[in-house]
Structures are given as C-alpha cells and as structure tokens.
Design a protein around this ligand. Structure first.
Ligand code: NAD
Ligand code: UPG
Length: 436
C-alpha cells in the first residue's frame, strides 16, 4: 500500500523505514530539509539501532526505492493512508500543545482538497483524549472542504516504541491499537498493519479514537508511576540500609508486579513520560479531578536528581566551590542520542549552582547537549572525564560504564555516586548507590 508519514523524527522515521521493510511504498514528509536530504541520501537522521540498515536498504542508491522523503505535502495525494507523527509538546502549565498538530492537519487538509479518492488520516502522535475527533478532524474538514466519514476517514493509532530499541519495538509490538470512528478508516488501518500483525503475531485492539488516545496515556502513566513507586521504595531502602535492587528482584518474581521497570535510580526522562504524565494530569484537572498518584509520580521523579547530588555533597562536606565533577552519561537512557528531559539536565544545573565545574562524557549524546546545558566541558571518553575529578556521578546506564575500573584511580578524590547501578563497588573508590 502507498503510505505517507508526516513528521520524520524518532517515531516518523522509524515507522516509515519499518513500513517500507514490511513491503509498503512509503513517503516521509518533513519541514526540515536536512532530514529529508539525509533520508534520500540513504542515511538515518537519528541514532537508533537497526535504523541505518533499513534506510540504506529502502532509500539508499542501491535500495528497493520503497522509502523516500520530501518537504512537499502534495506527495500525500498519491498515497492512500497518511500517518501524522508530529511533535505534541507541553505548554508551560504542562497541558498539551497541539499547535504543531494543528499546523500539520491544516496543510494536510489543504492537500486533501485535491485528492480524487477516499483517503484515511491516522493520528499516531500522542494526543489527549478528544484531540483527534474534536480538533484534528474539524481542521481537516474545513481545509479540505470535505466531510469525515464520507469523503475521508480518520483514525488514531498510538505508538508504543521505546527510543534505543525503536526498530525492534515497532516490529515486535505487544499490541497494535487501532482507533477509528468509521468502518472504512478502520479497514484501511487493518490493511496497513496486516503484514506487521501477521509477521509479529501481535494482538490487535480495535476501538474508537478517544479510547485509543487514552490507552496511550494509561500505558505511559502506569510505567512512569511504576518507576516512581520503585524509586520511592528505593529511597526508603537507602534510608533503612537495604538494597533496593535485591528487593526489586524478589518482588519482580510476582507476575502481578513483573520484573520490568523496577530499576530504581535517578528517575525517568525522555520525550514521553514527563510530558505525557503532565499532559494527562492537566487534562484530568480540567475536568475537576485531582490525579493524586500521577502528581506524586512527577514529584518523586523531580526529587531523584536532587538526592543524587545531595549524596555527593555529603562526601564533599558540602563544598562544591572549585570542585571538578565528572558526569557520566547525558542521554535520557542508553542507546539514544536524545537528551530531551534527561536527568542529566537537573543534575548538571544543580552541580553548577552549587559552584562545581562539570566535565561530561556520553558516547553519542554530547553533540545535542549544548541545547540543554551551558558551561560544560565535554570529554572524549569516560577516562578523560574522570581524570583529576573530585567526584563522579553516573546518570545514564551505558554498558561501557560497567567496564570502568582503574580509570577511577586517575580521579583526584575517587568518590562515585551511581544513579543507575551500573558501576561495580570496588576497592579504592568511595561508592554510593542512590537506592542501595
Ligand atoms: N519519541 C518516542 O519514543 C515516541 C514514542 C511514541 C510516541 N511518541 C509521540 O510521537 C510524536 C512524535 O514524536 P517524535 O519523538 O518522533 O518527535 P520529533 O520531535 O523527534 O520529530 C518530529 C518531526 O516533525 C517535523 N515537523 C514539525 N512540524 C512539522 C510540520 N508542520 N510538517 C511536517 N513535519 C514537521 C520535525 O521537523 C521533526 O523532524 C509525539 O506526539 C510523541 O509524544 C514519541
Ligand atoms: O526500570 C526503569 C525503566 C525506565 N527508567 C527510565 O525511564 C525513562 C523512559 O525509559 P523507556 O520507557 O525505556 O524509554 P522511552 O523511549 O521514553 O519509552 C517510553 O515512552 C515512549 C513514548 O511515549 C513509549 O512509546 C514507550 O512505550 C515508553 O516505554 C528513561 O529515562 C529510563 O532511564 C527507569 O528509571 N527505570
């Protein structure tokens, strides 16, 4: 099937490359010319395992030709289904900012005015319940001069991939959620997903658009709250002299709890959990409901970076003035160059506010870091960041940090505060775990 994907970021590029791999003809539309040129040159615009290979295979000069990119929305007319994979950031008060979706829907609607045949538009972005039927559909109708359900269809298909494992997650979903308010749109969505559902033997949940939108927030809220709950328990463990990881290993054996998302530490970051939990809190508050657990999940998460720096402060007798601190890890999780809402940001700012100078190292995210933090020296290796440092904090659980050993000997004072349980306790260093 011919498909267009509007927005070619972490989700749009991954989804486009995977759909091409599943046999569809895909066109990626993005306003960023560099992104478009990169894909058409057969390269990945983001760091994501397995993505470069798919783009070479389907967009590269020797490729299948099933994937290409353009800045021109008119390309939509030659396709049958369009997925909107545009950003849905937050306003200052935490509520969802739909302006980019509105702009994209508006451009798409203008294009659909010229479409001779039925076309289905699918919202893949994370949007609060009601956004698709109450905001996106009316814009498409006004701009196209057509009627939803009669001339074109609208659906909602939330995405559950994780960064760092995006290609694997998309191709091996634990569920595919298809939300639609008319049968023809649902039929088109089924046709798009048939090859994936068959290959992955994935369960399909068919529902209306509003419920599909809520499933995404419920999923993320549950996981974010689970991380905050294990962090709350972990903080109690630390105060009481208990190892939270031993506790987590035991409770994870209970199927009702499960072993996943029980890693306590410096908290959740990224482009999704912090913003999505705040957005659904804001939507709930708009109805007059106070979502106490979700507010607590954000509160605990905000406190973990402070607790990390406070542990280091204890070992430096509170004296950060003139201290050189190594920060290992900048990305919000390993396997990605994404620094959006990374816990490294509050950690670095807190260290600097207390008078420390920061030398940071990350295997792939350092190029993005200056957009989020100032006055940081970037080292080429963990060893270089540690050399001469008065203390070190571990913020991201990159595998390569687990192998660090004599590199700590080059520190001026070998104090290591681990926010991700990635460093082994060893002789010769003062080691503090955040929750163990
Ligand atoms: N990142 C994730 O892991 C993830 C996973 C599931 C769902 N989501 C959701 O998916 C959506 C997209 O997230 P993302 O992380 O891929 O965003 P992103 O910021 O990585 O990418 C968005 C892309 O859209 C482009 N763009 C902006 N305005 C445009 C316009 N008017 N027309 C065409 N292109 C335009 C940008 O240039 C950019 O390349 C969000 O709603 C997010 O919450 C993200
Ligand atoms: O036990 C855990 C698990 C995760 N995290 C942290 O939680 C954050 C999010 O991690 P993860 O969920 O692996 O990455 P994301 O790419 O943000 O993926 C989440 O957000 C996406 C966007 O909505 C969803 O599609 C995914 O299903 C959902 O897992 C990261 O900072 C992790 O370090 C922990 O602290 N402890």
């Amino acid at each position: 099937m011919r498909i267009s994907i509007v927005g070619s970021g972490y989700v749009g590029t991954t989804v486009a490359a995977c759909f091409a791999d599943l046999g569809h003809d895909v066109i990626n539309i993005d306003i960023d010319e560099t992104v478009v040129e990169t894909i058409n040159a057969g390269e990945a615009p983001i760091h994501e395992e397995g993505l470069s290979e798919l783009i070479v295979e389907h967009a590269g000069p020797e490729g299948t030709g099933r994937l290409r990119a353009t800045t021109d929305y008119d390309a939509v007319v030659d396709t049958k289904v369009t997925f909107l994979c545009l950003p849905t950031p937050q306003n200052d008060d935490g509520s969802i900012d739909l302006s980019i979706m509105e702009a994209g829907a508006s451009q798409l609607g203008e294009t659909l005015a010229d479409a001779a045949d039925w076309h289905t538009v699918v919202v893949k972005s994370t949007v609060v319940p009601g956004s698709t039927p109450d905001t996106i559909t009316p814009i498409l109708e006004v701009e196209s001069g057509k009627t939803a359900g009669e001339d074109f269809g609208v659906g909602m298909n939330p995405e559950f991939l994780r960064e760092g494992t995006a290609v694997h997650d998309f191709l091996n979903p634990d569920k595919v959620v298809l939300g639609a308010d008319d049968d023809r749109a649902l039929e088109d969505m089924r046709s798009v997903f048939d090859p994936l559902v068959e290959a992955a033997d994935a369960p399909v949940v068919e529902t209306d658009t509003r419920t599909a939108e809520m499933i995404k927030y419920a999923n993320n809220s549950f996981l974010a709250a689970k991380v905050s709950l294990i962090n709350d328990i972990g903080n109690i463990c630390k105060e009481l002299g208990v190892d939270a990881y031993e506790v987590a290993d035991a409770i994870g054996l209970d199927d009702r709890i499960s072993e996943q998302f029980l890693q306590s530490g410096v908290g959740f970051g990224g482009s999704c959990f912090p913003k999505d939990v705040r957005a659904i809190i804001s939507a709930a508050e708009g109805t007059g409901y106070d979502p106490a657990v979700l507010n607590a999940a954000i509160d605990v998460n905000n406190r973990q970076p402070e607790r990390l720096v406070a542990l280091l402060a204890d070992h430096l007798d509170g004296e950060f003035e003139g201290a050189q601190i190594a920060v290992l890890g900048l990305a919000f999780k390993p396997g990605t160059d994404d620094m959006r809402n990374s816990r490294a940001i509050p950690v670095i700012r807190d260290l600097q506010a207390r008078g420390a100078t920061v030398t940071a190292y990350d295997p792939v995210a350092a190029d993005n870091a200056p957009d989020y933090v100032d006055d940081v020296t970037y080292a080429d290796s963990a060893a270089a960041a540690l050399e001469g440092a008065d203390g070190a904090v571990i913020v991201t659980d990159w595998d390569e940090f687990a192998a660090l050993d004599e590199e700590f000997d080059a520190m001026a004072t070998p104090i290591v505060v681990d926010g991700r349980r990635i460093i082994e306790r060893r002789d010769g260093i003062v080691y503090e775990g955040l929750t163990w």
